[in-house]
Design a protein around this ligand. Sequence first.
Ligand code: ARG
Length: 458
Amino acid sequence: MAQLWGGRFTKETDKAVYDFNASIRFDQRLLDADIKGSVAHVNMLCAVGIITEDEKTAIIRGLEGILSDTRSGKLEITDDYEDVHSFVEANLIDRIGDAGKKMHTGRSRNDQVALDMRLYTRDDITAMKGNLISLLNVILSIIENNKDTYMPGFTHLQKAQPVTLAHHFSSYFEMFRRDHDRLCDIFDRMNYCPLGAGALAGTTYPLDREMVAKELDFKGATASSMDSVSDRDYLIEYLSALSIIMMHLSRLSEEIIIWNSNEYRFVNIDDSFATGSSIMPQKKNPDIAELTRGKTGRVYGDLMSLLTVMKGIPLAYNKDMQEDKEAAFDAMDTVADCVFIFARMLETMTFNNDVMKKSAMNGFTNATDAADYLVGKGVPFRDAHGIIGQIVVYCDKNSKSIEDCSLDELRKISDKFDEDIYPAISLETCVEKRLTKGGPSKQAIEEFIKGAKEYLRR
Ligand code: ARG
């Protein structure tokens, strides 16, 4: 048991207490961040005259050795150490002796872990943004390839009005674009360096906090030392954003599961992204979508853990905050996996255009347009709505759609119908006449694609 704080204790820590307290099992993934932060700290300690040039060089060389030896497997991170910070410091002292004992001057593990976690999270946000951009690119190509793939649009899961697959996916593009924007916002807000806050009250050493912040690519040093060591808002914001990403993926999962069902048959999930049943030979299951939908609960749980851990903590650092890590890492890993695999599943998924088109042509998806036709003939909209309602009842009884009715049949209900009703309620007309910004027509979708491409070019 290598501890940094033995001095005031007269007894060995109980083994169970040691294990209960230790975080090395999960905080070892902060190793790179910890060493990067220490190098910046030590550069600054030398610049302000607290350690010598030689000591600095020895420490940095030692830290680099620890990093390369753990990477190569020569040095193992074991639970002999309480946490990653103890692991690094103990190994440094083993390697370079007394100079190593100066590294922690003017620093506490409280500001150190606050820095490590921010560095780690910053990198994770950057990687997550990349994953989202890949997903957005896949969605954009679905949009570009399906400008006239007709399908029913739904409300209440009932057929409503015809749209196109491109239009449907433009919604998901918007969701994930906003998710990407949210990550950019969070990154900007969290991008300040907490190092130099000490345990809570800063330090009497003449530290140059801005120098450290600059070396580590932060916008500056944080403004309040007590807040710096006890702030986990940025993690909560990030986990909220991750939860929203999962909510979006889960909605798309749900649609894919429905579209993949025997009743719908709108999509074919590629064989390499589906799974079978051990008993039913005919099965091809949408497990990726189902797992993603399921993992959404897990990520929400991580967010709730963090919110709950933080809710009763008095200023400043308290050990409760060590509990931020497993939840945060779990959410980061889970969402990265889901976004990555989802993009690949979408990329390989094919659509049954004929089935979707046929589906769009029944279920009275053109009823609104039929009413709008009557409005064009001078009938007030509310009356037109009533007339088409009667026609729907008539069609339902006779198992036909509006366009199957002869002009005579239609005229029995309203004498405003003419031959031009048929082209006015064709699937193509219903979609292509919807020219409003954000609508399903090819013209509106072209505008959308232009905007989407501009966003991805930024
Ligand atoms: N393992 C701790 C954490 O994750 C590091 C900070 C410990 N600080 C302390 N004073 N015990 O929060």
